[in-house]
Design a protein around this ligand. Structure first.
Ligand SMILES: [Zn+2]
Length: 598
């Protein structure tokens, strides 16, 4: 069984039409819009493998209660949702499971069940907190996929190493018997291909294929295989990010990928987030692939005593994190399991807060202006009912955030009570060229982690104080940001980000020699230019079309005329315009454009 639970402000749904013939018609009075506020919506796919009805219902109830307890939900909406699985149980069984579950949950919660077997329209608003979206898999037979059934995690169940680190051998001296046919496995994995039939033309997965940027493979769900072209974009974005952060006096750090589970128990992620963490084992100790970078960074802070003179301490880390999601809800670069967070953490005094927040906002501003992405609005989330920290601290923190927004004349709205239990936050919502909004950057104040890790600094009077901690990201996830950028620009990236910046095409074979001279000349002017050539003996129209498909900003065709006049006919950025340049003139133009990141 697969679940996706969403903690929502509200959900509305209305049955429209029967999706399955053999389902009985709903009575007229049921064919209306139903709504529930402040609910935990549980999207459910009952699967063929859910053979023991009684057990699966009990497990489901246990899981829902567990999640509802964590997010403090009193209302439950059970929502049959076929799209989480490709291995669905029969409708009869699914209905039975849902009915039984409704009955049992009804003893503790207010429960609403969406009709089974109907096409429904629905609308919901998911709360933004870290636990508002959780996916789980329930597997009674114990053959869990490692998603942690009912809160338990299988650690190293398939580990073939014993604690001494040696591979186990059976009596015959052969390696532990496990039979597989590698050729059969190879045929299975060769099927992984992008199905474009359901994607829109401007979907970044299609653009990514046309530009040869990245791919996905079933063997690593939700993890990106970067091709050379895609990696160039990623590296350029990272260079840009590094430059800005260096200017703003950040130190860059890097922390390990897997860390002892002790750390996650200290940080609090273990209680709140265990289901989404990848676990592994080493020398009898339990390790976790980091779902966040902060705890690792804190360990660096703690390596040396700090004084007020060390603050504000600004650290930045491009940390690769892993978070478990059900493979059914993944979607290209937008929803991945492994991603790179452009994380930054600032440790400062209360007095320094305003300055720091203001400085972060100027980084965010500067970054997005570069990409022609405008802020749609900013949301300030304030203290929730359940929280830690003194009232005085919250007053100060919220005021600091709001004062800075006012001073910077940022349009913002207040989400009262929507902050994290450990501090208020600001979320930045961007608008892209298709009028869609995206939340990428955040600034989050944190009173909890300095407390849990007992962070300290010595103040002017030589007494120990706790620093305040700020978490912030600019791109958010570098992978997701590249997806947004590709759709925002339809792949027409500015020259500095383009994997191939210029391509030279020969009109006929006899122009090849001169075309090579042109490449050498331009290369002498701009050695770092990413320039390539297409000298194949196919039609020039075909070669232009291919170069346009790869979104190369400058395409230069060299024919007899160009050889004679020594001028270049340059096709500019898919505009259909062809402009004439001298070789030096062209080199100068593109050099400036790249240097200034225009
Ligand atoms: Zn953090």
């Amino acid at each position: 069984m697969k679940l996706l639970s969403l903690h929502v402000d509200y959900i509305k749904f209305k049955p429209l039409k029967k999706a399955l013939k053999k389902i009985p018609d709903l009575p007229e009075k049921e064919k209306i819009t139903k709504e529930m506020k402040d609910a935990l919506v549980v999207l459910i796919s009952v699967e063929k493998t859910d053979s023991d009805m009684k057990k699966i219902v009990l497990e489901l109830v246990k899981n829902v209660k567990d999640i509802a307890g964590q997010v403090k939900a009193k209302n439950i909406v059970l929502y049959p949702y076929a799209h989480l699985s490709s291995n669905l149980a029969s409708p009869e069984k699914a209905v039975e499971v849902l009915d039984e579950t409704e009955k049992l949950l009804g003893k503790t919660f207010k429960v609403l069940k969406a009709p089974f077997g109907y096409y429904k329209e629905f609308e919901l608003k998911v709360k933004g907190h870290p636990l508002s979206e959780l996916s789980r898999e329930i597997n009674i037979d114990g053959a869990s996929s490692g998603h942690g059934q009912s809160g338990e995690i299988n650690v190293g169940a398939s580990s073939r190493l014993d604690q001494s680190g040696e591979i186990r051998f059976d009596k015959s001296g052969m390696e532990d018997k496990e039979s597989y046919d590698y050729k059969k496995l190879l045929r299975e994995i060769s099927k992984s291909r992008l199905d474009t039939s359901k994607l829109k033309e401007n979907d970044h997965r299609i653009i990514g294929q046309q530009m040869d940027l990245f791919s996905f493979n079933e063997l690593a769900p939700g993890m990106v295989f970067w091709h050379n072209n895609g990696l160039i974009i990623r590296n350029e974005l990272i260079n840009f990010w590094r430059e800005i952060h260096r200017k703003h006096a950040y130190q860059e750090i890097s922390t390990p990928q897997i860390l002892d589970s002790k750390l996650w128990k200290i940080s609090g992620h273990w209680e709140k987030y265990k289901e989404n963490i990848f676990l592994t084992e080493y020398e009898g100790r339990q390790f976790a692939a980091k779902p966040m970078n902060c705890p690792g960074g804190i360990l660096i802070y703690k390596t040396k005593p700090k004084s007020y003179k060390d603050l504000p301490l600004r650290t930045a880390e491009l940390g690769v994190v892993h978070r478990q999601e059900l493979s059914g809800v993944l979607g290209g670069l937008f929803r991945v399991i492994q991603f790179t967070q452009d994380d930054a953490h600032i440790f400062c005094t209360e007095e320094q807060l305003k300055n720091e927040i203001s400085d972060i906002i100027s980084i965010i501003d500067f970054t997005y202006e570069k990409f022609g992405l405008k802020f749609d609005h900013v949301e300030l989330s304030t203290r929730p009912e359940k929280r830690i920290g003194e009232e005085k601290m919250w007053d100060k923190a919220e005021k600091a955030l709001e004062d800075v927004l006012k001073k910077k004349k940022v349009k913002y709205k207040i989400n009262k009570g929507d902050g994290a239990f450990y501090g208020p936050k600001i979320d930045f919502h961007l608008k892209d060229s298709l009028n869609r909004t995206w939340q990428c950057s955040t600034i989050q104040l944190d009173f909890a982690m300095p407390e849990r890790f007992e962070l300290e600094y010595t103040d002017k009077n030589n007494s120990k104080k706790r620093p305040v901690m700020l978490h912030t990201v600019t791109y958010g996830s570098v992978e997701r940001f590249i997806g947004i950028l590709l759709e925002h620009t339809n792949g027409r990236l500015p020259a500095w980000l383009s994997p191939i910046q210029t391509r030279i095409l020969s009109f006929t074979d006899r122009n090849e020699k001169y075309a090579k001279e042109v490449i050498t000349k331009i290369g002498n002017e701009i050695p770092e230019l990413r320039i390539d050539a297409d000298f194949r003996s196919t039609t020039v129209q075909g070669k232009v079309k291919e170069a346009e498909m790869a979104r190369i900003p400058y395409i230069i065709v060299i024919g007899d005329k160009e050889e004679k006049t020594k001028n270049l006919a340059v096709r500019i950025k898919g505009s259909g315009k062809i402009e004439s340049f001298s070789i030096d003139g062209f080199a100068l133009r593109i050099k400036k454009e790249i240097e200034k990141r225009r």
